[in-house]
Design a protein. Structure first.
Length: 96
């Protein structure tokens, strides 16, 4: 086991300060950061995970039809819809 993972007693660390109000004898291994965060940092930490876990996967799911057409070598749907239908006069001439 790594030495860095072992919790040391505050007496061994040399950081013992005589505080009778604190009952903690060990350095915490995990927990909130010990420095105050600005509101921008809290927004990034809070909403950044939301973007990664929800918005990006939804974008990928809704882009699948476009990607599949691209990999099949078909033109995008926007190009097909933008093409104008042939004029009626040419259709009438073809029928005669």
């Amino acid at each position: 086991m790594s030495i860095s993972l072992i919790r040391k007693h505050l007496n061994e660390m040399g950081t013992l300060k005589l505080r009778s109000s604190m009952g903690r004898n060990y350095i915490p291994m995990a927990g909130p950061p010990r420095f105050p965060m600005s509101s921008a940092q809290r927004l990034i930490f809070g909403c950044g995970s939301l973007v990664v876990m929800m918005i990006i996967p939804f974008y990928c799911l809704f882009s699948l039809p476009r990607w599949s057409r691209m990999h099949l070598g078909l033109p995008p749907e926007e190009d097909e819809q933008a093409e104008e239908p042939p004029p009626q006069e040419e259709k009438d001439k073809e029928k005669k």
